[in-house]
Design a protein around this ligand. Structure first.
Ligand code: UD1
Length: 452
């Protein structure tokens, strides 16, 4: 069966108190909207429609970044969830299949749950996703069941005292035959406590037509939505906790799990070790047996088997470390490939560079990659020894088995096996230090007595 996702993301999110649209606030490095789109993508939808309102251009850019085939539609006035879905009427004209309505601010929904909804659709015309709330709350629509049949949904504001005691509540998600859905939505009224066109009126209207309506149940945790910064922080904490547990179960050692922060796509192999206070931005892959030492920050990089990073290292996008590499304290690597067994152990910046295998980069080495206007590349070969505090002024290349003297500023290519030295020659002046000390002491004495 063909599926069209309709993701509602037009709400202002007033309680976020933000210039950024609510659905673009991130959890684990990805906007809420992407989490919803990722879950929906598991159904392999033929169409993905995002209904945007506030700052629609930003929402559109984010939707297209995730899926360039996504269609973003405008809901200029937010007149309710039913009205929001109605915005897709024209776009889905002639579409034969199911519409699955998702919310853009609900990041924990599991793909399996959507699959269960689709499975239930085989025997029902409308399927609503519900959950049992642990405590009765003055929000959420209540699902009024009649055996397996969902008789109707009543919004909390419109419910009787008796209905408000129902624990089976509406997640807001719905799967329905497209033709039937748009037929029913055309008949929604806004004659309710909020004066909105509720999507939740659909089950009752469907029943009146003799259609089969039911509800599928999921865990309350899956339906958690984000309305405020407090919710966002809470959702982040839940995401992190779950992601850390999943890594531990996959055989990754986290010395202090609560201090490690992961992104939605962090991939870490079995028997890797992550020490305390490590932050993973998006796009990081770590192979088995690698070690990331304390207080390191990684994003958009790859770390191979047996490689050691940190403590206090920063790997930026495009850092690709081969096997048995050592990246030490206060080292930053950006857009650079580091060959097998190469060591950059202390206080260095390696950016826009290729380093061969078995090379040693001395403390304080800098690839001077930026001339103020453009970025340039540095190439360093195999088994090279770069002396401490070498400045490599790119574009420049250092050949295999070459060497640079400490403190050199390398502006010309260094051939294979050559020693490059570019620093002023040292001269020793006998006894001059002693004389200087005496002169300075006298000067200090004079200043002190002058001040009295
Ligand atoms: C909705 C349900 C409620 C359910 C709850 C679960 C309705 C009428 N009520 O209530 O039964 O228990 O979700 O969280 O559906 N949106 C738009 N355009 C609009 C209105 C809303 O795009 O005109 C979007 C919002 O951005 C949000 C989602 O729809 O992502 C839900 O809207 P919201 O107003 O938060 O619905 P609730 O009052 O929570």
């Amino acid at each position: 069966m063909s599926i069209a996702l309709v993701i509602l993301a037009a709400g202002k999110g007033t309680r976020m108190n933000s210039d950024l649209p609510k659905v673009l606030h991130p959890i684990a490095g990805a906007p809420l909207l992407h989490h919803a789109m990722r879950t929906g993508a598991a159904l392999e939808p033929e169409r993905t429609i995002v209904v945007a309102g506030h700052q629609a251009d930003q929402v559109q850019a984010a939707a297209l970044e995730f899926d360039h085939t996504a269609e973003v539609l405008m809901q200029t006035e937010q007149l309710g969830t039913g009205h929001a879905v109605d915005q897709a009427r024209e776009a889905l004209k002639g579409f034969k299949g199911d519409v699955v309505v998702l919310f853009g601010d609900t990041p924990f929904l599991k793909p399996e749950t959507l699959e269960r909804m689709i499975a239930a659709r085989r025997h029902h015309d409308v399927v609503v996703l519900g959950f049992d709330i642990a405590q009765v709350q003055p929000r959420y629509g209540r699902l009024v069941m009649d055996g397996d049949r969902l008789a109707k949904i009543v919004e909390y504001k419109d419910a009787t005292e008796e209905e408000r005691q129902i624990r089976f509540t509406n997640s807001g998600l719905m799967a329905c035959d497209a033709t039937l859905l748009f037929d029913l939505i055309a008949n929604l009224s806004n004659n309710n406590a909020s004066g909105e066109y509720y999507l939740t009126e659909v089950p009752e209207l469907a029943n009146a037509r003799g259609a089969k309506v039911t509800a599928v149940k999921c865990d309350e945790a899956e339906t958690l939505g984000v309305d405020s910064r407090k919710d966002l922080a809470g959702a982040e904490a839940i995401y992190q906790k779950n992601a850390r547990t999943a890594l531990l179960e996959d055989g990754v050692t986290l010395t202090a799990p609560d201090t490690v922060f992961l992104s939605f796509d962090t991939a870490i192999g079995r028997d890797a070790t992550i020490e305390p206070n490590v932050v993973f931005g998006p796009g990081v892959t770590i192979e088995s047996g690698a070690t990331i030492r304390a207080f390191s920050h990684l994003e958009g990089c790859h770390v191979s088997r047996g490689t050691m990073v940190g403590p206090y290292a920063r790997l930026r996008p495009g850092a690709e470390l081969s096997e048995d590499v050592h990246i030490g304290n206060f080292v930053e690597i950006k857009n650079a490939q580091i060959g097998t067994g190469t060591k950059v152990n202390h206080l260095s910046y390696i950016g826009d560079a290729t380093l061969g295998a078995g090379t040693n980069i001395g403390a304080g080495t800098i690839t001077c990659n930026y001339d103020g206007v453009m970025k340039h590349h540095t190439h360093i070969g195999d088994n090279v020894f770069i002396g401490s505090n070498t400045m490599l002024v790119a574009p420049v290349s250092v050949g295999n088995e070459a060497m640079t003297g400490s403190g050199s500023v390398i502006t010309k290519n260094v051939p294979d096996t050559a020693l490059a030295l570019s620093r002023a020659e040292q001269t020793n002046k006998p006894g001059v230090a002693l004389k200087l000390f005496e002169m300075l002491k006298k000067k200090k004495q004079k200043l002190i007595s002058g001040a009295k």
